[in-house]
Every structure is written in structure tokens, then in C-alpha cells.
Design a protein around this ligand. Structure first.
Ligand SMILES: [Zn+2]
Length: 112
């Protein structure tokens, strides 16, 4: 799925504003309007992991259609095994921004 440039730019800026840790959020849709909503990374080890509180997740899920769950990697690394497990378990499209390489990566739900 092609995201609007403006959304990618917003995500980049947000990641760069906190580039020593993983940041996270959601790309959502409401009334045909796509937007990025940052949420707090609740993981105790933010340099290597991210965690979204169920409260934040449910609040957003109630109000919007979630297109992607987003998080950043400060170092040049692709999706981790942990990320992929999480993606499968929650059956959600995942978007990654690799800060070091300035690269976006997507992992989408398989439609079989
Ligand atoms: Zn990750």
C-alpha cells in the first residue's frame, strides 16, 4: 500500500526527533483521511523493543480504522523475529522505519 508522502515525512520527523530509541504509533484512516498518531513506547528497554499499551490500542481502534502499526528501529536492522511474531499474532499490517538506513519496510497481513 502506498502511503501519502506527507505521512511518511511525519513519521520520519517523529522518529528522528527521538532517534536513540524505538518510537511507535498508528497510521489510521477516518472519513477517507489518513493520519499518523504517535503513541508512547511503554517498553522498559526502548532502545531495542517497543510496546503499546492495550488502552492506547483500544482507544485508537475504537475511533479509527487502523492501516498500520508503526515502529522505528534506530539501528540499521530489518523486522526482528519478535516483530514478525507480533505481527502474525495480532494480524495487523506493520510498518517499520529504519532510521539509520532511512528506509521504510512493510509487513502486511496475508490474505489467503
Ligand atoms: Zn522492531
Amino acid at each position: 500500500m502506498k502511503l501519502p508522502n506527507q505521512i511518511c515525512e511525519e513519521i520520519k520527523q517523529y522518529s528522528l526527533s527521538n532517534k536513540t530509541v524505538e518510537v511507535c504509533g498508528f497510521v489510521v484512516k477516518k472519513d477517507d483521511l489518513i493520519s499518523f498518531i504517535p503513541v508512547d513506547n511503554k517498553h522498559p528497554d526502548k532502545e531495542n523493543f517497543f510496546l503499546i499499551s492495550p488502552e492506547d490500542y483500544l482507544k485508537i481502534k475504537k475511533e479509527y480504522v487502523i492501516l498500520f502499526l508503526f515502529h522505528s528501529h534506530p539501528l540499521d536492522a530489518p523486522f526482528s523475529n519478535f516483530d514478525l511474531k507480533y505481527q502474525k499474532y495480532h494480524n495487523i499490517n506493520m510498518l517499520l522505519y529504519n532510521v539509520a538506513a532511512d528506509l521504510f519496510q512493510e509487513k502486511c497481513v496475508n490474505i489467503d
